[in-house]
Design a protein around this ligand. Structure first.
Ligand code: ADP
Ligand code: MG
Length: 843
């Protein structure tokens, strides 16, 4: 007896081998290249989510069985304790229908449906329907499935090769009392997975062990190569019943399996089909008569067969959960597994063994087996989830459509900016324009002959910096920079102006002390990145604060004078301020040092702005006709006169209203780092409110202003980032997200960043086109010097800016050159040019 049973005992080591072969077989099924020959087919089921408990409404189910058609109405309450009520009716399917023409079958299905609905006497007439059609099909969408072949009792003419959804929908549409839309074709294994209650945590695996066996799970969509999608999850039916058909299990099969296989209807196929019913045949194969002893023996045999079946299932299940854990880049996976089938219902031992063995075979996974609640409920749930996803998608699309700009819209932005530029340049219309077009008194880019040591200050964004810049010959290393970063606390940035400038002077003193240059007075370039009206290179009247600065007593004052007064108050060293420089200008100058074609400066950091070389004759606000001057556009304020109102979304208006400078810097608030994260947060709030995110629950965290920083947009959009990492980033923010949530958050980030980049590109296009027209050129080659962390670190921003410029300014060939420390180096170069000019004038 024991000798006979020995071949049925599989060691843990053998099961580990089965597991790893199953993993390999699954990989072959998922790969596009090997999918069609794989023994484990891994068929996509087009299920993108499991129930999250918010599904609600009434859903119809048609479940075509071997002898009966079951029609069912499922109602979901959608509240905290998702209540499910079901009404159902069964109709026998006569032979004449099962083996008649296809039209008759589908007409029969539709008639049963109406009869059922009529009997319910409901006022409601609009329904969505899930269809369980248990034959071999090629499914290409959740609501598209082509019959490959009939089986069992069914053989209806004219259906093979056709989409059964279309056939059913056509039959249903033949009346107009009810409006029923077939939205899902469902396989029974996925129905099992979807029938489980969401409250106990996610159930992302389904396992059926009945007359046959099959399993399904939620895979990462990007690993399911046969479907186009790469975002989110995709239900996959393994079709693992045929695992081993290629001989992968041959060395583990016992002599009984070989006999069983020979005797079966399809030798060589479905070799894992080791249900308990087979025990009897094994017994017969042993030639035993049914005495008491035989019965005991029989029990032993049954037990051995059952344990082995559980072992093989466990190996398969372990392969699935390990696969999920690995592909989700998790260190631990926790999931429920919905189980169904006669074998589970009849043999408690089977479940216990399965559970224990999975634990040993996949120790990195916490797997809980849950008895499924019947296939009808699962089919209804697939339908309800599909309905939820479709409704959410509609809401999301409507919300995000506001932020999607057509090429025509971008062309309008370009044209509007061009008009504002013209207005801003003319003396008479300057006040009407939202872009100030400020003269900078910079008339030339560097020529490379600049030399000497200079001090530079950089104020105007996140940090304040003091720099020592040594400009040498190119052979001797060009420009070398030593710098120190000092923070400006918000209470200083928004306190009295004298305090702000005192703080700046203290920082300079600290820097000079550290560098051992206390007594030295070097020429100083002051990068001050706020709008200033200049009347000379070393004088600038502050027009307004932007980007979170709001120190009192400064607007309308000469910033250089404010700095000199603070030096005087501190009374311990002298400064020789030779130039006040906007950061855009500094950026253009520092890139101009390397590339003489650089005639545009662009900043996309905390704020956004640009400058470019304009013909002096076009600058109506200044005397002089000959030559060029760099114009600081102050394009952050573009739209402050209302010309961009049509482009603002409710989210932009909310961000504007909550800012330090409502109504001002409207263009900047669509584009720059200080605002993008906040726009994203506002959209997330709206989507949560509409029930598309976080299961409709607003967390206090998400309601905190500025919680979502722009650097998160960059990390979330990084190429090839697994969803798990997106989740981790959001977890860091204290947001507890599902896989679907993180897919949607990423989409919102993409839309917001793309709009910013495209708007920025449209504005650059307006500038380069103006330069080209100024010079009456057919084609212009020009370089844009760029600085700013958003532009430099966001994974797609730069490329989208460039793409937009290519489309909107096809006659300009524009090179984008990232500046290295534009504000520091640029300020020093401007100081150097100023000193050179001054020496010339003295000589
Ligand atoms: P500033 O404009 O203040 O001189 P930066 O050019 O460094 O300085 O820009 C800082 C801004 O860049 C921050 O306010 C933040 O909004 C944004 N930022 C910081 N890190 C990133 C990142 N990794 N990706 C995109 N934007 C970022
Ligand atoms: Mg900067």
């Amino acid at each position: 007896m024991q000798n006979s049973l020995r071949p049925l005992c599989l060691s843990l080591e053998t099961l580990h081998r089965v597991k790893s072969r199953m993993l390999e077989a699954m990989e072959r099924g998922l790969s596009r290249r090997t999918h069609s020959q794989a023994t484990v087919r891994m068929l996509p089921a087009f299920i993108r989510s499991t129930p999250d408990g918010t599904e609600r409404g009434e859903f119809l189910v048609l479940e075509l069985g071997d002898t009966h058609l079951r029609v069912l109405l499922m109602e979901l309450s959608g509240d905290t304790d998702q209540r499910v009520t079901m009404k159902e009716r069964c109709f026998p399917v006569p032979d004449a229908i099962a083996q008649g023409p296809g039209e008759k079958l589908f007409a029969f299905l539709a008639t049963c449906l109406w009869e059922f609905l009529d009997g319910l006497h409901m006022p409601k007439t609009d329904f969505e329907l899930g269809f369980s059609f248990p034959f071999t099909c090629r499914q290409t969408r959740l609501d598209q499935s082509y019959l490959i072949s009939w089986s069992k009792r069914f053989q209806c003419a004219g259906v093979e090769g056709r989409d059964v959804v279309v056939l059913l929908q056509d039959a249903i549409n033949k009346q107009d009392r009810y409006h029923i839309k077939v939205i899902a074709v469902v396989n029974d294994t996925t129905g099992t997975m979807m029938s489980c209650d969401a409250s106990a945590g996610p159930c992302e695996v389904g396992l059926v062990v009945d007359a046959g066996t099959n399993s399904c799970f939620m895979a990462e969509a990007r690993h399911v190569e046969v479907v186009e999608e790469s975002e989110g999850r995709m239900g996959v039916v393994t079709e693992w019943g045929s695992f081993g058909d290629d001989g992968a299990l041959n060395d583990m099969l016992s002599p009984y399996d070989l006999q069983l296989d020979q005797a079966s209807l399809n030798p060589g196929r479905q070799s894992e089909q080791v249900g308990l019913a087979t025990a009897r045949r094994v017994l017969r194969a042993l030639g035993l008569e049914a005495s008491d002893q035989d019965c005991f023996n029989m029990q032993q045999v049954c037990k051995a067969v059952c344990i082995r079946a559980a072992g093989l299932c466990a190996a398969g299940l372990a392969a699935i959960v390990s696969h999920m854990c690995r592909n989700r880049e998790l260190s631990r996976l926790k999931t429920s597994v919905a189980v169904d089938g006669a074998v589970f219902r009849a043999h408690a031992k089977f479940s216990q063994t399965l559970q224990q063995l999975v634990k040993q075979l996949a120790p990195e996974c916490d797997v809980t087996l849950v008895q499924a609640e019947g296939s009808s409920k699962g089919i209804g749930m697939v339908t309800a989830v599909a309905s939820r996803l479709a409704a959410q998608r509609l809401q999301v699309n409507q919300t995000l459509a506001l932020l999607q700009l057509s090429p025509a819209a971008l062309g309008t932005v370009q044209a509007l900016l061009r008009r504002e530029m013209e207005l801003g340049l003319k003396k008479e219309t300057n006040a009407m324009s939202s872009v100030r077009m400020l003269p900078t008194y910079i008339c030339a880019t560097p020529d490379g002959s600049e030399r000497g040591d200079f001090l530079a200050l950089d104020l105007g964004g996140t940090n304040f910096r003091v720099l020592l810049v040594k400009v040498g010959s190119r052979e001797r290393g060009g420009v070398q920079i030593i710098s120190e970063v000092y923070s400006i606390p918000p209470h200083v940035a928004q306190g009295p102006g004298s305090q702000l400038f005192d703080h700046i002077v203290e920082c300079i003193a600290d820097f000079q002390t550290k560098q051992g240059m206390m007594g030295q007075t070097l020429p100083l370039g002051f990068t001050f990145s706020f709008p200033c009206q200049q009347t000379s290179l070393d004088q600038g009247i502050l027009l307004s604060w932007t980007k979170g600065f709001n120190a009192s007593g400064c607007v309308g004052q000469d910033v250089v004078k404010l700095l000199r007064e603070a030096v005087k108050r501190k009374n311990h060293f002298a400064l020789d301020v030779v130039a006040i420089v906007n950061d855009t200008v500094g950026t253009m100058m520092s890139c101009g040092y390397h590339d003489p074609n650089c005639e545009v400066g662009l900043i996309v950091g905390t704020g956004t702005n640009a400058c470019y070389m304009e013909q002096l004759r076009n600058v109506g606000t200044l005397a002089g006709e000959e030559g060029r001057m760099c114009i600081n556009m102050e394009w952050g304020a573009f739209g402050d006169n209302g010309c961009l109102d049509a482009f603002f979304t409710p989210f932009d208006r909310q961000v504007d209203e909550a800012s330090l400078n409502p109504g001002r810097q409207r263009f900047e608030k669509l584009i720059s780092g200080m605002y993008l994260g906040e726009i994203v947060r506002r959209i997330l709030l709206e989507l949560t409110d509409k029930g598309c995110l976080f299961r409709g629950r607003l967390s206090p965290k998400l309601q905190t202003p500025d919680i979502f920083q722009t650097k998160f947009l960059s990390s979330i959009e990084s190429d090839g980032l697994a969803l798990r990492q997106v989740c981790a980033i959001l977890e860091e923010l204290g947001l507890h997200v599902s896989c679907e949530d993180s897919v949607l958050v990423r989409e919102v980030c993409q839309v917001v960043a793309r709009r910013a980049a495209q708007l920025c590109g449209a504005a650059v296009a307006a500038v380069v086109e103006k330069i080209r027209e100024n010079r009456s050129l057919e084609q212009l080659a020009v370089t844009v010097g760029v600085d700013g962390t958003l532009y430099k670190l966001h994974p797609h921003f730069a490329q989208q800016v460039q793409e937009t410029v290519r489309q909107l300014a096809p006659r300009c060939s524009v090179t984008f050159l990232q500046s290295e420390d534009g504000s520091g180096k640029g300020a020093a170069l401007i100081a150097a040019v100023a000193c050179r000019v001054a020496r010339h004038q003295r000589a």
